[in-house]
Design a protein around this ligand. Structure first.
Ligand code: PBG
Length: 309
């Protein structure tokens, strides 16, 4: 009765990896219990997610072919576009979200077009616009730019509006830090940068005001939801972002958080379910409205059982 933090399954988003090929369901070595699916094998997982009653699914595409420009990201028949079409055909009511970034599609693994050894911010914006539009045309209900280029939220809003998608929201990865917690994801998506790091476009985790400025900027450009990422070590920022804005806040509990729990639990040192619940509740207690997590299905079950929520 006096519990202060309340949450609902509909606030959970599950990130899912799609690969090219047929009849593929392969476990991701760096993320125990998580799989890459080919489009023809998506149904089984989407059905479970749909039955679990979670709020949405975020798709990540892993193409066979990568090039300098990341052209697979905005190909009409690209892997993630195929994934959206399939998902909408099978489960039209399941809310589908597109992660908009170039790093899974570029041969060099950076989140944009290169100019020498640097990412060219403004040239990348155009490709991000094309990527977002192609995802929405394929059926994505919302797009979530994770590239961290300056001005991308406004640029994506503009192209969506121009094409009549005035009601399609943008969830901006606003306070996204250059974090070692993304390590297992980069193995999963084969997207580790071939040289250098992402520190020219993702934020230094020493910085708090800069994160708030990024949020401010994204709101001004038309973001509908702002995100803090990672979640676990960033509860202070989730709270600050929540207090400064009226729009919904999301927190992404990333691959490293997931894999730390899975491997430590597998070694028998912690109770996986208990830790998972504690992490999720702490993100909601910090102020997030939406929680993106590889544990979405398991958390939904814990909410059903009344263990948390
Ligand atoms: C794409 C992207 C990344 C993640 C989400 N979108 C990787 C990165 O920025 O390096 C990380 C998600 C996770 O670790 O679970 N830029």
């Amino acid at each position: 009765m006096v519990r202060e933090t309340r949450m609902d399954k509909s606030s959970l988003i599950y990130p899912m990896f799609i690969v090219e090929g047929t009849n593929i369901k392969e476990e991701i070595p760096s993320m125990m219990g998580q799989y890459r699916y080919s489009v023809d094998r998506m149904e089984e997982k989407l059905e479970q997610l749909s039955k679990a009653g979670i709020g949405g699914v975020m798709l990540f595409g892993i193409p066979d072919h990568k090039d300098e420009l990341g052209s697979g990201a905005y190909a009409q028949d690209g892997i993630v576009q195929q994934g959206f079409r399939k998902a909408k055909e099978l489960f039209p009511d399941l809310y589908m979200i597109g992660d908009v970034c170039m790093c899974e599609y570029t041969s060099h693994g950076h989140c944009g077009v290169l100019c020498g050894h640097d990412v060219d911010n403004d040239k990348t914006l155009e490709l991000l616009q094309k990527t977002a539009l192609s995802q929405v045309q394929a059926g994505a209900d919302m797009v979530a730019p994770s590239d961290m280029m300056d001005g991308r939220v406004g640029a994506i809003r503009e192209i969506l509006d121009k094409n009549g998608y005035i009601n399609t929201p943008i969830m901006a990865y606003s306070a996204k830090f250059a974090s070692a917690f993304y390590g297992p994801f980069r193995d999963a998506a084969e997207s580790a940068p071939a040289f250098g790091d992402r520190k020219t476009y993702q934020m230094d985790y020493h910085n708090r005001r800069e994160a708030l400025k990024e949020v401010d900027q994204d709101v001004l450009e038309g973001a509908d939801i702002v995100m803090v990422k990672p979640a676990m070590a960033y509860g202070d920022l989730i709270r600050e972002v929540k207090d400064m804005t009226d729009i919904p806040v999301a927190a992404y509990s990333v691959s490293g958080e997931y894999s730390m729990v899975k491997t430590t639990a597998a070694a028998g040192f912690i109770d996986e379910t208990a830790i998972m619940c504690e992490m999720a509740v702490s993100a909601f207690r910090a102020g997030t409205d939406i929680y993106i997590t590889y544990f979405a299905e398991e958390l939904a079950k814990c909410m059903d059982e009344g263990r948390i929520g």
